[in-house]
Design a protein around this ligand. Structure first.
Ligand code: 6PG
Length: 240
């Protein structure tokens, strides 16, 4: 596990981008699972203003770690946010975008997407393996769309699961823990002081946290787990 703390979102976005450019340079085709919510917005805005050609978007195939079960035109859609902040601004070929169909029946879509991952990704021990997997973390310790009240979804034998937001009841489709932990490189991008206590517990007491918070179960087999934190999110860490 590697922890980096950044003064500004721009510093975080720059360092994260340099690290993934390195990974992208090593392969002809790179698979990336994007996280949703608000944190990635500033990253996508950063990518959109990069000099033309700095990232060879043709090499990158975009997937999602989770999606809200809403149409792609809905303001809640992770795909819609990504389209507005990234795909409408940089030359990613349409055939490189594999969105989760939030407009579909959740159960059927979890099966469809799970099969798609098997067909599109390299596998590690028979499990679809992303080259780069981005994750956010909620202030309740959820990640992707696996929430504490449904933490057993983490151990699903399926590639994708259906989940329910604990407050809104919104249905979600999410990667399961086995796909998350099969990724070659996992990056937690976590900002905001409201997450500081969970970050501290998960990083400093992972076993205890693993009983309660899905984010604490992110322990990729590759060992390549990177925490990118802003000052707020790292506030409670000792010897930071
Ligand atoms: C989603 C995300 C979710 C998100 C966290 C953090 O669909 O909402 O995938 O896991 O990463 O909730 O969200 P913020 O970045 O908005 O704090």
């Amino acid at each position: 596990m590697e922890i980096q703390i950044f003064k500004t979102k721009d510093d975080l976005n720059h360092t994260f981008t340099e690290q993934i450019k390195e990974i992208i340079s090593e392969k002809e085709r790179v698979t990336v699972a994007l996280s949703g919510g608000s944190t990635p917005k500033s990253l996508f805005d950063y990518w959109a203003q990069l000099p033309k050609g700095e990232i060879d978007w043709k090499k990158v195939r975009f997937f999602w770690g989770d999606e809200r079960c809403v149409p792609p035109s809905d303001d809640e859609s992770n795909y819609k946010m990504t389209k507005e902040h990234l795909f409408d601004l940089v030359p990613v070929p349409n055939e490189n975008i594999f969105r989760i169909h939030g407009e579909n029946d959740p159960g059927s879509e979890a099966v469809r997407y799970g099969k798609l991952l098997t067909g599109e990704l390299e596998t590690t021990n028979g499990v679809p393996s992303f080259d780069i997997l981005m994750l956010g973390m909620g202030d309740d310790g959820h990640t992707a769309s696996i929430f504490p009240h449904e933490i057993t979804l983490w151990d699903s034998p399926e590639n994708c699961v259906t989940a329910t937001h604990p407050v809104s009841g919104q249905r979600r489709v999410s990667l399961s823990g086995k796909v998350i932990n099969a990724a070659k490189n996992v990056f937690f991008l976590v900002t905001g002081e409201n997450k500081a206590d969970k970050v501290k517990e998960i990083i400093e007491q992972p076993d205890q946290a693993g009983k309660k918070y899905p984010a604490a179960l992110v322990q990729p087999d590759s060992g390549n787990l990177y925490w990118f934190l802003d000052h707020g999110a790292s506030k409670s860490l000792r010897n930071k």
